[in-house]
Design a protein around this ligand. Structure first.
Ligand code: FES
Length: 315
């Protein structure tokens, strides 16, 4: 994947959607391109040049009054969401042009959306696009308490939306939902790891038909648990030790100044894809095809590990 293009923007407005969630309106310095529903951007979270970037869904089409994103304060926060919550109108941020890894599938007759918590954000733009075009869809939105969730008021009573508030004992039955998916229906899911795993496991038939689409923006580090190993960064001439409880990506960021673009940090998006020059990878992503895994010439360092004592990467 190509490296993202960055530009500066000013924070226009920051308003609460829920106690832990704020909607930020960003005013780019330069003209911002049109983008389709499901698009996201990266925002650098912090003032240092090497601050990491988090991904946020764009909440709707570009408007004269700016780009809108919703930022949930992570628990525990690694600093990014807390930093964004602390910004005031007039503060400056660095962001990327839009990218869309979660588009509506053009061949779908109907779209089935599954959202968990802050994973509702890409569906805000999908619903607006489909409502405008007369498209057929249904959204199932699970969250933990009305007071902690975004957009519940706007979606309540919508005939194409079903809400599941776990604090009221309302549970989303993912296997039952996917078992009922019609042949021309495409399923899209975004939310916490546990929800996505349930969708992934129940969606094998949909996966085989390329009708299952997943977006993961969970910042929790994954890919850990295994044996420690070494990773040599060939172009940089540095070697990092990857502990059994951290990802290769985290080890590189912790031990070196080498920058690796990342987005989902969950093995879904492919942003961190890196050439594997030697060694055997234990692929744990959901991005590479079976043939690409067998080739052993690339790796997703946010989740994948070594099936040997040492890997060499093109970094
Ligand atoms: S950051 Fe998305 S696959 Fe690694």
């Amino acid at each position: 994947m190509s490296a993202p293009e960055w530009l500066m923007a000013t924070l226009g407005e920051s308003r609460p959607l829920a106690p832990r969630i704020r909607e930020l309106t960003l005013l780019p310095d330069a003209a911002y391109p049109a983008y389709a529903s499901g698009s996201h951007l990266l925002v650098q979270v912090g003032e240092r040049a090497d601050s990491p970037a988090n991904a946020y869904s764009l909440l709707g089409a570009p408007r004269a009054d700016g780009l809108r994103i919703a930022v949930a304060q992570a628990e525990p926060s690694r600093g990014g969401s807390a930093w964004l919550h602390s910004l005031a109108p007039g503060d400056r941020v660095r962001l990327t042009l839009p990218r869309n890894l979660f588009p509506l599938h053009e061949g779908a007759r109907r779209h089935l959306f599954i959202a968990g918590g802050i994973g509702i954000t890409p569906f805000v733009s999908h619903l607006a696009a489909l409502d405008a075009a007369g498209g057929d869809y249904h959204l199932h939105y699970a969250f933990r308490g009305v007071e902690d969730a975004a957009f519940v008021d706007a979606l309540a009573g919508h005939s194409r939306v079903t809400l599941y508030d776990s604090r009221r004992g309302q549970r989303l039955d993912v296997p039952a939902l996917l078992a009922d998916a019609a042949p021309a229906e495409h399923v899209y899911a975004c939310g916490p790891r546990r929800l996505l795993d349930a969708v992934w496991q129940a969606g094998s038939r949909l996966r085989a038909d390329n009708r299952l689409h997943i977006e993961a923006f969970d910042a929790a580090p994954e890919g850990a648990n295994g044996q420690a190993f070494s990773v040599h960064l060939v172009r940089s001439g540095m070697t990092v030790e990857v502990g059994r409880d951290e990802s290769i990506l985290d080890a590189i960021q912790r031990q070196t100044p080498v920058r690796v673009d990342s987005l989902c940090r969950e093995g879904y998006c492919g942003t961190c894809e890196t050439r594997l020059l030697s060694g055997l990878a234990d692929h744990r992503d959901r991005y590479l095809s079976d043939a690409e895994r067998l080739a052993q010439d690339r790796i997703l360092p946010c989740v994948s590990r070594a099936a040997c004592e040492r890997l060499e990467l093109d970094l």
